[in-house]
Design a protein around this ligand. Structure first.
Ligand SMILES: [Zn+2]
Length: 511
């Protein structure tokens, strides 16, 4: 989910690798967050979805936050919500945070006097919260002082949660005096309305269409079930009666180090090293009854099978690297969707109209992939061919490799046996610059936002095809939203969509 190094500052990358991992906890005093809800928010499906996703993300944000008070009355769970167990909503949220077990405690009620708190409210709070959020269908309202609306839609509700947590993140950094360290301007939102349907800001141009119950979304193949893919799966699992077929492909398992960035994982998954595809398939089956096809291997090793099963119609390529995205693109899926996060806190989603808008070969030309390998080779002291192999196959670091990396001033060393992508993927984190080095803060809301919007694109592809994204959307979670999103055209220089043979094969197959 990380952009290749060409899109970042190469210096940032090498500095990140050389900063001590525990520096952040010395800089930040953990905050107390208060999660409030209007009566309607706590008892409606849209409100419960938003509250649940806020609690889920906050539970993964130590050391910025260590305690979350749930300041609203307990209500019944309106309908099954992925990851939530039990019938009483507030009690179930407390259990969810305990199950994630990443150092953040959730408890009912209000903090005692004297604790400095940052407050977030789902539904109106009469100005008594730092952030107010709500959703209605595809629409998200920030600081508008409105209640969640009647049109249930997990895409709007979950994006509302991501944006609310982004606002809280800004408050955390401000009150710690660390905003300047991000090296980019941040802006708090005034009253704002955003449509996850047509991406408009303010009054939407398109309608806010209701979601049917029991819509067929498949076939959908999700290759790469990481931070973005797991948010996509949580969103699809939340949609009442979403029907497949769905296929999930990812060789990796959950370990303690990646729990902060995987919104569908709990501590139990890390302890048992559960495969990510097993969690994805379990959630979809539990919520929709749909049996999914699960492959615990890299995409490259099951591409023929996926083709023969008809899964190249709609592919979500949330894989680790640009090189892996290029591989998927070369198989010429009818529609390829992808998500990424930048180190500036921007969530990006892309959709490829092959032969028209830019393809993954245009976004990830061969030479930028090579440039990243070169930088890593210099910083780590491994041969460039070794890096290329690790990256392209998401192989595990060997004992010999880790030994050779020691003594080069690299503090974020991989563990022996850790998959390359797990180590390299810092995408739920943002760099924070302190003096000459940099450290990282957890920002799981960035990739989660991209993943939720991708689920919206899958739904639109099947139900509202005239409204799909044309090429690329960039949502700056830390700044102001830009109303314009560009259409990147394919280029003749591209070795995939600029190749006439590729175009012919695509046309014969799909047009
Ligand atoms: Zn291209």
């Amino acid at each position: 989910m990380q952009e290749p190094v060409a899109a970042q500052n190469i210096l940032v990358l090498s500095k990140l690798l050389k900063s001590p991992p525990d520096k952040l906890s010395e800089l930040v005093t953990p905050h107390v967050a208060v999660l409030r809800a209007s009566k309607r928010a706590a008892s409606s499906l849209n409100g419960q979805w938003t509250l649940c996703f806020i609690a889920n993300l906050l539970a993964r944000m130590l050391p910025l936050v260590d305690k979350v008070y749930l300041d609203f009355d307990d209500e019944k769970v309106t309908r099954p919500i992925p990851l939530l167990e039990g019938r009483n909503f507030r009690e179930a949220l407390i259990q969810l945070c305990a199950a994630i077990d990443a150092g953040v405690t959730a408890l009912p009620g209000r903090p005692t006097k004297g604790e400095t708190v940052i407050e977030i409210s789902v539904g109106p709070a009469q100005g008594r919260a730092n952030v107010e959020v709500a959703s209605d269908g595809w629409l998200v309202f920030l600081n508008k002082g409105v209640e969640p609306g009647p049109s249930s839609n997990p895409v709007g509700a979950y994006l509302a949660a991501c944006l609310a947590v982004a606002e809280l993140f800004k408050h955390f950094l401000k009150s710690s005096g660390l905003t300047a360290n991000l090296k980019r301007p941040i802006a708090l939102h005034q009253a704002t309305q955003f449509s996850t349907f047509d991406y408009s800001i303010g009054r939407p141009e398109a309608p806010n269409p209701a979601l049917p119950t029991g819509a067929k979304l498949g076939p959908v193949l999700i290759a790469g079930v990481g931070s973005g893919g797991s948010a996509t799966i949580l969103t699809l699992a939340s949609m009442p009666g979403a029907a497949g077929p769905f296929a999930f492909v990812d060789p990796d398992e959950v370990v303690e180090r990646n729990i902060q960035r995987l919104p569908f994982a709990t501590a139990e998954d890390a302890h048992t090293r559960r495969r990510k595809v097993a969690i994805a398939g379990g959630l979809i089956q539990q919520c929709t009854g749909e049996q999914c096809i699960l492959r615990e291997k890299p995409y490259q090793e099951c591409r023929e099978e996926m083709r023969s099963l008809g899964f190249l119609d709609l592919v979500v390529g949330t894989v680790h690297t640009g090189a892996a995205r290029r591989e998927i693109q070369k198989d010429l899926p009818r529609v390829l969707l992808d998500a990424a996060a930048t180190q500036n806190g921007e969530a990006i989603i892309r959709r490829v109209f092959f032969g028209d808008s830019a393809c993954m070969g245009c976004f990830y030309p061969r030479d930028t992939v090579y440039a990243e390998d070169k930088v890593l080779s210099q910083v780590l002291g491994l041969e460039i061919e070794e890096i290329e192999y690790l990256r392209s196959t998401n192989a595990r670091f060997t004992e010999d490799q880790v030994r050779r990396m020691k003594g080069r001033g690299v503090d974020h060393l991989p563990e022996v046996g850790e998959p390359y992508g797990d180590w390299r993927q810092k995408c739920a984190q943002l760099p924070l610059f302190v003096e000459s080095s940099s450290t990282e803060v957890p920002a799981p809301f960035v990739t989660a936002a991209a993943g939720v919007l991708l689920a919206g694109e899958i739904i639109k592809e099947r139900l509202f095809r005239n409204s799909v994204l044309r090429s690329l959307l960039l949502l700056d979670t830390l700044g102001r939203f830009s109303p314009a999103y560009p259409c990147f055209r394919g280029t003749e220089k591209c070795d995939i969509c600029g190749d006439p043979d590729m175009l012919n094969v695509y046309k014969e197959r799909w047009c």
